[in-house]
Design a protein around this ligand. Structure first.
Ligand code: ATP
Length: 312
């Protein structure tokens, strides 16, 4: 439904998007995951024809955005929720959008109802909370009843209730058969929202896979092992392809799960005094995977610390 091929965007010396090739399918929520500054917004702007690629292309249903006959009926987007005239009511804002795009006025009340804003439709949009502004932005994206929807960091700054609402709403849109492409810098959020992931770092594609696959790769755990026959066990583990490093009073094994290590020890009559998976958090693993490609370390580290309460 969305197909990027060799998509590239350069701003002066900055290569914001670097040769990205990926596909986003209909009927599912696809997460667009990457640290801040990875190039997500730039990619979304190129999908929407708001920026021209330096090289490569991105097609929606086989066409460039500019070639679409009725763009709003094909693609809806929420890029910046605060993009409304503050003195206009929610209804007036949507009516204005509808009129500008030859969309019948009755759609306005339909989409207000869909996003649960009917009761505040006459109020000034400038007085809306962030959660309400997000809903209004989503209502705008839905006006043309598009098959493809793009959301740029839609849960940023929302309270838990708002986050849950957005998450459920995305699932509903995908269940209706639409293509839903949603960006985020939080793997923990995407793990709950998206069934597929396009992961980027510093403009480059890191992976495209199902969320399940990415998460299991990301959290491939290290296992702490203690044993009175440690050297014998170490040799066996290395022969079996695991990575073994010394830790305080034992070893840390990666590349093999605790079940396999336990079975290998049992089969060789080796006693174990400890066999404990060292589960890191999802976010920590994600930071490691995209580590080399993180641009703004300071902010991210502070944030990672915040998200990273130990899960053990
Ligand atoms: N108009 C522009 N002019 C110059 N550089 C830009 C412009 N837009 C983006 N960039 C640069 O391109 C890179 C990617 O930015 P982009 O906003 O696409 O990333 P992002 O993944 O959406 O991050 P964030 O979530 O922080 O917005 C950054 O280095 C950014 O500074």
């Amino acid at each position: 439904m969305i197909e990027a091929t060799g998509l590239t965007k350069r701003y002066g010396k900055t290569l914001a998007v670097d040769n990205l090739t990926f596909q986003v399918e209909a009927g599912r929520v696809t997460g667009f995951l990457g640290p801040n500054g990875a190039g997500k917004s730039t990619t979304m702007r190129m999908i929407l024809g708001l920026d021209n690629p330096t090289a490569g292309q991105v097609l929606i249903k086989g066409k460039r955005y500019r070639e679409l006959k009725d763009p709003l009926r094909t693609v809806g987007a929420l890029l910046d929720a605060k993009w409304v005239h503050p003195n206009r009511s929610a209804r007036a804002h949507l009516r204005w959008m509808a009129a500008a795009n030859r969309i019948p006025a009755h759609r306005v009340d339909e989409v207000l109802d869909t996003v649960g804003l009917t009761s505040v439709a006459g109020k000034r949009a400038g007085a809306f909370s962030l959660g309400m502004s997000q809903r209004l932005g989503i209502a705008g994206a839905l006006l043309g009843d598009p098959e493809v929807l793009l959301f740029d960091e839609p849960v940023n700054g929302l309270d838990p209730e708002g986050i849950l609402w957005i998450r459920k709403f995305m699932h509903r849109l995908a269940d209706e058969g639409r293509t839903v492409f949603v960006s985020s810098h939080l793997l923990s959020e995407m793990a709950l929202t998206a069934s597929d992931l396009v992961v980027i770092g510093k403009g480059r594609l890191i992976s495209q896979s199902s969320t399940k696959e990415f998460v299991s790769r990301a959290t491939e755990n290290a296992v702490k092992v203690r044993s009175p026959q440690l050297e014998q066990l170490r040799t066996l583990l290395v022969q079996a392809g695991a990575d073994v490093t010394d830790s305080d009073d034992g070893v840390t094994v990666s590349g093999m799960d605790s079940e396999k290590i336990g079975e290998l020890a049992a089969a060789n009559r080796i006693a174990l005094h400890e066999l404990s998976p060292q589960a890191g958090s999802l976010e920590q693993a994600f930071m490691q995977i995209t580590g080399d490609s993180v641009e703004y370390h300071t902010g991210l580290e502070a944030e990672a610390q915040h998200v990273l309460e130990p899960t053990r």
